[in-house]
Ligand binder design. Structure first.
Ligand SMILES: [Fe+2]
Length: 380
């Protein structure tokens, strides 16, 4: 039997747990806290609420908010310069995946120096990062749990995946009440991202009994509470989605993801497609591509999604894939790439970029750039 590893941060989960932000930063030795958030979270009122909490704890802090979806390399470098100018010592991120990934990039550059591009790939980070407290304002990326950060290289128009144990935050504070200020669009994409994390980590060659449990639990909760959450945005359902996202995050940070993420990263880098929307459009096709390499596990996924077992494993697996397509149609997400991309002339280049993505190494079935191009064309 191989040895297994399972790495996660200290996790604080619960309604109202945002109030522990200052105490957690103090526990990590903060004398000047570097807070990273973004205009969207400011608008929702959570940044002011956080500042109130930090002031109550008498914490000295500075604030950086130049972050956009698919965060850019130059934003990481501008943030790192500001961190150094202000002599900050602990990083607190409050936001979605882009904000948390940018904060990780800043932590990486201030501690290891050079350019963020130097660290693309797995295990190139040599020195420890400043302590990090991460507070997600939505689900999906689970950057608050994971050892991943994804930063856009503007010159090459690609999203760089950086993987390192040092990128796991020290403390994750997950407060489901933050989800009540999301709207329908802000919830849909992250849930499809989480679905992709649950499915891809489950069939990854790095999956182990501990990650498999988290993948299955995450998938089950996502399927059971997604429609309900979209109907009424009731806190009970949002809380279950937050638990689901955390489960999927614990799974994928240890077992990694696969082809679906390589495809999504390449589309995001070239066309700025929202990460979760790429998954909503392509996850069923990715599952079909992988089917023969992991039939038993795909049947388990099908059983969780549909709640039914069909006459063969393949029929159960196919039913799960079709149910995801029905879910996508019901929610009103486009199913064809032509509906969201200007043209398909760049798809060969996008496929070649996807074929170099590190996530592809943990896909159960090998894929070269031509296989990837076929999937993109199939979805066109
Ligand atoms: Fe993802």
């Amino acid at each position: 039997m191989d040895a297994y590893k399972f790495t996660i941060p200290e996790i604080i989960f619960g309604r109202g747990s945002l109030k522990y932000a200052g105490i957690c930063a103090q526990q990590l030795g903060a004398s000047k806290l570097f807070v990273v958030s973004d205009p969207g979270v400011e608008k929702a009122g959570w940044v002011d609420k956080l500042f109130e909490i930090l002031r109550r704890e008498k914490l000295d802090f500075v604030y950086y908010n130049d972050v956009v979806p698919n965060p850019r390399d130059y934003q990481v470098h501008n943030g790192a310069k500001y961190y150094e100018e202000k002599e900050a010592d602990v990083i607190l991120a409050l936001g979605g995946g882009s904000t948390m990934d940018a904060a990780k990039g800043i932590a990486l550059v201030v501690s290891n120096k050079g350019n963020i591009k130097d660290y693309e790939g797995a295990n190139h980070v040599k020195h420890p990062l400043p302590p990090m407290v991460f507070i997600p304002s939505t689900i999906g990326s689970e950057s608050n749990i994971s050892q991943f950060t994804v930063i856009t290289d503007v010159d090459r128009r690609i999203k760089m995946t950086i993987i390192s144990r040092t990128l796991v935050p020290n403390i994750s504070i997950s407060d489901p009440t933050l989800l009540v200020t999301l709207n329908r669009d802000l919830l849909i994409a992250p849930v499809f991202d989480s679905l992709a994390h649950a499915v891809e980590s489950f069939v990854s060659p790095l999956a182990n009994p501990f990650t498999e449990l988290q993948s299955m639990r995450g998938l089950d909760l996502l399927i059971r509470h997604f429609r309900l959450a979209l109907e009424a945005f009731h806190l009970d359902d949002l809380e279950q989605l937050a638990i689901a996202g955390t489960c999927s995050g614990m799974a994928f940070t240890n077992a990694s993801v696969g082809l679906g993420h390589a495809l999504a990263h390449a589309l995001g880098g070239m066309y700025d497609v929202v990460h979760g929307i790429s998954h909503a459009m392509l996850l069923p096709d990715v599952m079909r591509y992988n089917l023969t390499s992991c039939m038993n596990k795909m049947a388990t996924i099908g059983r969780i999604i549909t709640g039914k077992t069909f006459s063969t494993e393949e029929a159960t697996a196919q039913a799960g894939i079709e149910a995801l397509e029905e879910l996508r149609a019901e929610i009103g997400i486009p199913s064809r790439l032509r509906e969201i991309l200007p043209d398909n002339t760049m798809l060969p280049t996008v496929s070649q970029n996807a074929a170099k993505d590190i996530c592809l190494r943990t896909n159960p079935r090998p894929a070269d750039w031509k296989d990837i191009l076929n999937i993109y064309y199939g979805a066109w």
